[in-house]
Ligand binder design. Structure first.
Ligand code: SF4
Length: 427
């Protein structure tokens, strides 16, 4: 424990900002991680990195950032690209609305403002998907505007330093739905509903004021990054207080109440959606191919074991296409390509697809699963065939695609896993 005289309490903000900031910045310049965007002050690059870092681990974001900058090195190159190329570059990172918003925003900046990146809070926040967090991060790092950035890491650090925002200050309802914020920049631009909103919003305001009070003569972009880095490396959910440059003034540490701040995550089981996903074959094909599929089905039934991967091998050998469908451009996974899927299972599914002239050939009994932030999807894998080809109106587009061409389409993670399971693409 630091050497604090008995009976001394440190009121909020009585933390000697000059010493606090100098200690923080000394620690930061010695210990910060090398990241591809770290030395960047170009607003386009800062913006891309900040959007990628939301909901994505730093190492993963670094990989995608390098690839993105090769593919879209400038705002103009992003604005001039097709949405499908943008989604493909984003494939695997999830939360695809981020990619669609980047693309739309780049077009707005180029078409309306001559390609000049906005340098005011009002203008930058008018762009799709840009909230308080992203605006403050870009404006402080790229334009040295004195705006504090508060992500989950900063919230945790400030909450502990000041010993505020813990259970004692919350109503029972607020306590139940406390912040999930151990995940870095998670939910940085959005408060999540309910009664928790008030106390979390108050804590965010306090944290922002606290960070802004620490700027002094330092570049706001650097000091913002220093606070975030302290939360990412030292003031972790399980903090490493003996390496913390600010332990001398940390109230939660002094009072041995670290685990009270910020309030812990509430684990509620995610709702599960049990749905069906089809490897859908065409109605008409060469006799030889159809016979091969028939033999595979007969063999599968006789042996009473299903190896979906061997079906993919067969499709590849015979150049047999399968149906790929495209989601509408907005909403979750909007604009991505996927295997046809339906919310029903069993008899309900059979009835639904029968009305679309689809026949279920085989239920593999296998599932692929994926957890989104608000639900878990479980797709049962089935093999099916059109009796008579027709359009499936739940999707905006549909295409017959050879297995070897699947990789060129931007696809959700769970569908990539299903394609692997069916042996359509490599492991
Ligand atoms: S002393 Fe510990 S709890 Fe306090 S800010 Fe430092 S790492 Fe976080």
């Amino acid at each position: 424990m630091p050497d604090i005289p008995a009976g001394v309490t440190i009121p909020v903000f009585d933390l000697h900002p000059p010493e606090l900031s100098h200690r923080l910045m000394t620690w930061f310049f010695r210990n910060r991680r090398e990241l591809p965007w770290r030395e960047e002050h170009d607003p386009y690059r800062v913006w891309i990195s900040e959007v990628m870092l939301q909901q994505t681990r730093c190492e993963t974001a670094a990989h995608y950032y390098r690839r993105w900058m090769t593919r879209f090195p400038t705002l103009e190159s992003l604005a001039g690209s097709d949405q499908e190329d943008v989604l493909k570059a984003w494939e695997g990172m999830g939360y695809y609305s981020r990619a669609r918003n980047l693309h739309r925003s780049a077009r707005i900046i180029c078409e309306n403002w001559g390609g000049a990146f906005p340098d005011t809070e009002e203008r930058i926040r008018s762009l799709p998907g840009v909230g308080e967090y992203t605006a403050a991060a870009v404006l402080s790092i790229a334009f040295a505007k004195p705006l504090g950035v508060v992500d989950g890491n900063v919230l945790r650090v400030v909450s502990r330093l000041l010993a505020v925002g813990g259970p004692a200050e919350r109503s029972p309802a607020g306590r139940r739905s406390a912040d999930q914020g151990h995940g870095g920049r998670r939910s940085a631009d959005k408060d999540q509903g309910g009664s928790r909103q008030t106390s979390l919003a108050a804590l965010k305001r306090l944290a922002r004021a606290f960070v802004e009070a620490s700027f002094l003569d330092f570049h706001p972009g650097w000091i913002n990054q220093a606070w975030m880095e302290l939360g990412a490396l030292i003031c972790l959910p399980k903090p490493v207080c003996d390496q913390c440059p600010l332990s001398y003034s940390c109230r939660a540490y002094r009072e041995d109440r670290i685990q009270e701040f910020p309030p812990g995550p509430v684990s509620r089981p995610l709702p599960v959606r049990a749905e069906s996903l089809l490897l859908l074959l065409p109605a008409l094909h060469s006799q030889r191919t159809l016979q091969a599929v028939k033999d595979w089905l007969t063999g599968t039934r006789e042996h009473k074991t299903v190896d979906p991967a061997s079906l993919g091998a067969l499709l590849r050998r015979h150049d047999l296409p399968l149906l790929l469908v495209r989601r509408a451009g907005r909403g979750l996974l909007g604009g991505l390509w996927e295997l046809p899927n339906f919310p029903e299972r069993n008899e309900e599914l059979a009835n639904r697809v029968a009305s679309l002239a689809i026949k279920i050939l085989l239920d593999t009994g296998q599932e692929v699963r994926h957890r989104y932030s608000h639900f878990e999807i479980r797709f049962r894998l089935l093999v099916a065939q059109f009796r008579k080809q027709q359009d499936l109106d739940s999707w905006t587009e549909q295409r017959w695609v050879l297995p070897s061409d699947l990789v060129s389409y931007p696809r959700p993670k769970v569908h990539i896993e299903a394609m692997r399971r069916f042996g359509l693409i490599e492991k």
